[in-house]
Design a protein around this ligand. Structure first.
Ligand SMILES: [Zn+2]
Length: 91
């Protein structure tokens, strides 16, 4: 991955981390013993990773203020500096 991390990429990455964590924690219901424990630790780690990515990278590319932690609706312009945020599709 040689592309620079931007806030949109970070949002995607953190969403995948959260989805994976749900899968891992959901998996604990089907296993017992060390497999269950491993999945639980993995799930907690993925949640922590997802939160960390959000907190570190989920920022306006212009003024560096932290954006709202929404998962579905992304603002088109920054509410702080009114700068244009990244388009949905990258060319
Ligand atoms: Zn801004």
């Amino acid at each position: 991955m040689n592309r620079k991390m931007n806030y949109k990429k970070a949002g995607e990455v953190s969403n995948w981390l959260f989805i994976s964590s749900v899968a891992a924690i959901g998996g604990t219901f089907f296993f017992t013993g060390y497999v269950q424990l491993t999945l639980l630790i993995l799930g907690v780690g993925l949640i922590a990773g997802g939160i960390a990515v959000r907190v570190i990278y989920w920022k306006c590319p212009h003024c560096r203020k932290r954006l709202h932690l929404g998962f579905r609706q992304e603002p088109k312009i920054c509410p702080y500096c009114r700068g244009q945020l990244l388009p949905d599709k990258e060319e």
